[in-house]
Design a protein around this ligand. Sequence first.
Ligand SMILES: Cc1cc2nc3c(=O)[nH]c(=O)nc-3n(C[C@H](O)[C@H](O)[C@H](O)COP(=O)(O)OP(=O)(O)OC[C@H]3O[C@@H](n4cnc5c(N)ncnc54)[C@H](O)[C@@H]3O)c2cc1C
Ligand code: FES
Length: 507
Amino acid sequence: MDSVWHATQPSSPVAIDVLPDGVHVDTVVAGAGLTGLVTAVLLSRAGHRTVLVEARRVGAVTTGNTTGKLSLLQGLVFSDILRHHSADVLQAYLAGNREGQAWLIRYMDDHDVPYQRRDAYTYATTDKGISALRTEFDACQAAGLQVNWTQQTGLPFATDALILPDQVQIHPLWVLEALRREYAERGGMLVEGVRVTDAGTRDGSPFTVSTTGGEIIADRLVLTTGAPVLDRGGYFAKLVPMRSYAATYALPGPLPLGMYLNAEQPTRSLRTVAVDGEQWLMVGGNGHITGRTDSPAEAVADLDRWTTEHFPGAERVHAWSAQDYRSINRVPFVGELPRGDGRIFVATGYNKWGMTNAVAAALSLAQEILGGTDGSPGSLSGKPWAETLRQRVTKPAGVASTAKLVGGVAAETTKGWVQAELSSLPDEPPAEGQGVVGRGSGGLPEAVSTVGGVTCRVSGVCSHMGGVVRWNDAEQSWDCPLHGSRFAADGTVLEGPAVSDLSPRTD
Ligand SMILES: Cc1cc2nc3c(=O)[nH]c(=O)nc-3n(C[C@H](O)[C@H](O)[C@H](O)COP(=O)(O)OP(=O)(O)OC[C@H]3O[C@@H](n4cnc5c(N)ncnc54)[C@H](O)[C@@H]3O)c2cc1C
Ligand code: FES
């Protein structure tokens, strides 16, 4: 499972993987996806001494596995936001996304990063979907976004659609590479393969960021790790980790040239990809809460079936999967983390629209850290949209969503523990590519898998907060159904709020 972006990414110099002793900086940025890199660049432009600490490699997680549409038409997001918030908040959301989009387009122009202009469509093929399009049309009007209704989409089946012309599609790793270069040229330090594990002040000592590679003394920490890795504020419990699947296909005939997202379930997201003289159709969809499906491999097979039905002769070239986080009230969480003593900042919850939202978040964070137009730290006076989003008030729908989310997590916790308790582990190792969870020798859930001929036994209990992990047969990983942490077959943490591995079992 390797995304088209990783398969065609530019080569970049290996970053350092060891922290120098006694590092003392203004800001540690944790996580080198789009949010972290733009934040690090903005802070380094202002002369801040910054360390960007990345647990894996630049772009390894969501940004390197996105579908890469830089669009203000975002499926049914605007009507969803309006169900949770006032029109003021929706307008602020649009203003932030507009600024994020404009910033990134200008950045790509200035740094010779290729991209394509495309019309964006939200389309529907059913009465229910068309009704949802009408509601989205009204929400776009309320936001101040001028969209039109059309039946001419270029898709090989009849649809009604909203269209917003002149949006953009990108190669996300080309963008990250340009940002990485600028950050390095400005003297920023990037460390890869090092994970932030904690931060705080102990016994009057200076604020210290703990990592798997040592400690860093800093004035502040910015968490751009997808799901926030420190539990203060409990943000992991206010986010829904949504995993979905994507693939590229070679087609014998012409490709539809727009960027498309349907209004129904299962989702279908389409765009083209042009790299090195090749052109493919990308198809994504089949999203679900991470760890809560029986067979991710079946989700990929289903994309193949849909694509060959509508585009006969399509041949799959790449397939991958990724997750992003939806905040319970649909607007990203950006700003100071509660109980972080004003030193810890966070940006998360982009609901699969992070190309614009990540940049908006970075602009907002940089202004909050560096000072607004009045020069005072903490001020967002130059960005009214950021101020509105920071102070948004949740309508009752938000309370209902919280209760539903907590109820779902509680039910999954019980289900996982009961199932593990009732299942004994088989005597024989699982077949190649398979994994099972059952009651281990100490009575606790244990997870056993076989990948590449190697059988691994690890704790079946997520190192974050005790969820029982489930096998992902598409990516051969252990996925936690509670807050979306994921682990390799040998227990190494891959993503999500967890910061430590699943411990190995040997007896
Ligand atoms: C399938 C899919 C399709 C999407 N399509 C679109 C689209 O078309 N348009 C759009 O606008 N958005 C889209 N999105 C959303 C968008 O890709 C994301 O919102 C965005 O990439 C998130 O960027 P990020 O920097 O916040 O996170 P990431 O790119 O995930 O970066 C976080 C980084 O933090 C690192 N990290 C984690 N923990 C630690 C730690 N403890 N210490 C140090 N580093 C750590 C990770 O390794 C990772 O590299 C899509 C998302 C998905 C899942
Ligand atoms: S991700 Fe929170 S318990 Fe597993």
